[in-house]
Design a protein around this ligand. Structure first.
Ligand code: F6P
Length: 546
């Protein structure tokens, strides 16, 4: 790998300009910014395909946005966007293109990588997935004993689990309710044990989903699933009708015992955490049908086109990335909360944790040198209103500054009484309270005892993005996911890191393999870990032998 010539971001004049700007505005409050410019929300509200971002309740001005966009230009964000869409090998440590955008390219579009169009094969797999889904949904595809498939179990972990699992919850209202979907990821046997508890082997299909098809958790769960199936059906030939694979690795799929005719492929230019719109989404496609999945892809595509074509100053993913950098690098915040006001999006924060933290949790730059600025934040969150009754106390009155994204919908997926208005009233109330707070004077004026009054003060000045969409559809979900994918890419580009590898997960995997051998060994004479780890292994071995 050749080392690119790079300038450390903190040495750029645009970075210095932002540092000076921060010193100038650090004394401002969101309240004073609104007092100075009561219509600032007009200038700080941005839109793409019906998705609206109101960034006005942030500790920034349009001047800040201008300086941040200067930084994005100086660090080559527009050029990097083009490089990604052109299939250049921007994942330099793995020497790969980064082409999740090709997964949602329109049929007939062409993206040429090393002389080959990658879009036609994408649609060939999508068509095969659609045909397979139809045959299950219509009852044409039958299990080994001739019964209809009624339960689908996706076995995968990380990017081979979180995306379809999150989206299945998000789009439950659009799914075929006659089908039961389960997602098994953890190597903890409790996960698969509970998932299989009430399933009937004759009616169950397993989708073993793994880009590499070497992941310990997934292969262990897949073997347990196969044993369960054979115990139920008693015939090894049943595997053919009850197991399909999603992978880039046909050799390992065959070695596991799944016929590669029952495999849905994808490509090494799709990163695991960017793969839910590839064959990794097969379980989701079966649940919501091919039209629903096409709608999801159209949403991704709409955001891709916006990301590629909108000026930086109007570009939603770029702006969200830059606003994140403003807090992360100039205000010293450590975390970023994502708070969807939708129970359907309960797993969206968990999905974003992998997307963001596995992508930008890096401390070495593209040039191989240590990065001297803070990189990816700790991402966390829960759906509203539940979070309000758990951790919002800290966001309102704690000592830490926590920038938040509030995500809400103008209309509910299904109307249930007046729940939706109450839900959204809470979301709007939170962003108002976080921004403007309640002063000591206001608390005292409301008749509160002077001794208690300081405890009831809300300092305000807590920054939030408000993201509003018409309603949660497959299309909107696609837009939202692509919004965050490209936000993460924008940030990684500015920090000068590779957002597309994940070497940080390797060491633990290697050690786990060694320790699994140690746990199973005849005696512990060969233990050669540190004293603490050796002691834990001995304790486990002793308990096993009791
Ligand atoms: O945890 C590391 C990781 O490689 C993720 O990036 C990936 O999504 C996950 O493991 C699962 O990998 P695979 O799809 O190859 O089983």
């Amino acid at each position: 790998m050749s080392k690119p010539e790079t300038t450390a971001v903190q040495l750029r004049p645009e970075w210095e300009a932002l540092s000076r700007h921060h010193e100038q505005v650090a004394g401002d409050s969101i309240r004073s910014l609104f007092d100075a410019d009561p219509t600032r929300n007009d200038d700080l509200t941005f839109e793409s395909g019906g998705l609206v971002l109101d960034a006005s309740k942030n500790l920034l001005t349009t001047g800040t946005i201008g300086l941040l966009c200067d930084l994005a230009r100086a660090t080559g964000v527009p050029e990097r966007i083009e490089q990604m869409f052109a299939g250049e090998r921007i994942n330099v440590t793995e020497n790969r293109s980064v082409l999740h955008v090709a997964l949602r390219a329109a049929r007939g579009e062409r993206i040429i990588v090393e002389g080959e169009d990658v879009v036609a094969p994408v649609h060939a797999v999508l068509d095969a997935m659609g045909d397979f889904a139809d045959s299950i949904r219509q009852g044409d595809f039958r299990g080994h004993t001739g019964k209809r498939i009624r339960a689908i179990v996706n076995i995968g972990i990380g990017g081979s689990d979180l995306g379809p699992a999150m989206a299945y919850d998000a789009l439950a209202a659009y799914s075929d309710r006659n089908l039961t979907l389960k997602f098994v990821s953890n190597v903890d046997g409790g996960d698969i044990d509970e998932a299989l508890l009430h399933l009937d082997a004759e009616e169950t299909l397993f989708i073993v989903c793994s880009k590499t098809f070497t992941t310990l958790e997934t292969l262990t769960n897949a073997r347990t699933a196969r044993d369960w199936l054979l115990e139920g059906l008693g015939d090894p030939a049943a595997v053919e009708k009850h197991f399909v694979a999603v992978s880039t690795n046909a050799t390992e799929v065959a070695a596991f015992g799944i016929d590669t005719a029952n495999m849905f492929g994808f490509w090494d230019w799709v990163g695991g955490r960017y793969s839910m719109d590839s064959a990794v989404g097969l379980s989701l496609l079966i649940a919501i049908g091919r039209d629903g999945f096409a709608d999801l892809l159209a949403g991704f595509r709409a955001m891709d086109q916006h990301f590629r074509s909108a000026p930086l100053e109007q570009n939603l993913p770029v702006l969200m990335g830059l606003i994140g950098i403003w807090y992360n690098n100039f205000w010293g915040t450590e975390t970023h909360a994502v708070l969807p006001y939708s129970q359907y999006l309960a797993r969206f924060p968990a999905y974003l944790q992998q997307l963001d933290m596995e992508s930008n949790g890096k401390s070495v730059g593209l040039d191989g040198e240590a990065v001297e600025v803070q990189t990816g934040p700790i991402v966390w969150g829960q759906p509203g209103t539940n979070g309000q009754h758990a951790f919002f106390q800290l966001i309102h009155q704690g000592t830490k500054l926590v920038p938040c994204d509030f995500i809400g919908f103008l209309r509910p997926v299904r109307r249930v009484g007046d729940h939706h208005a109450l839900l959204m009233a809470n979301m709007f109330a939170q962003t108002e309270a976080l921004a403007f707070g309640k002063s000591l004077e206001e608390v005292l004026a409301s008749g509160v005892d002077a001794g208690v009054a300081p405890h009831r003060v809300f300092p305000g000045n807590r920054p939030t993005n408000t993201i509003l969409a018409p309603t949660l559809t497959p299309f909107v979900l696609g837009q939202l996911i692509a919004l965050y994918e490209h936000k993460v890419f924008t940030q990684g580009t500015v920090w000068g890191i590779n957002s597309f590898d994940q070497w940080g997960v390797e060491l633990g995997k290697v050690l786990a393999g060694r320790i699994a051998d140690d746990l199973a060994a005849e005696d512990d004479s060969a233990l050669d870990h540190d004293p603490s780890t050796n002691a834990a292994i001995r304790r486990f071995r002793e308990a096993k032998s009791v």
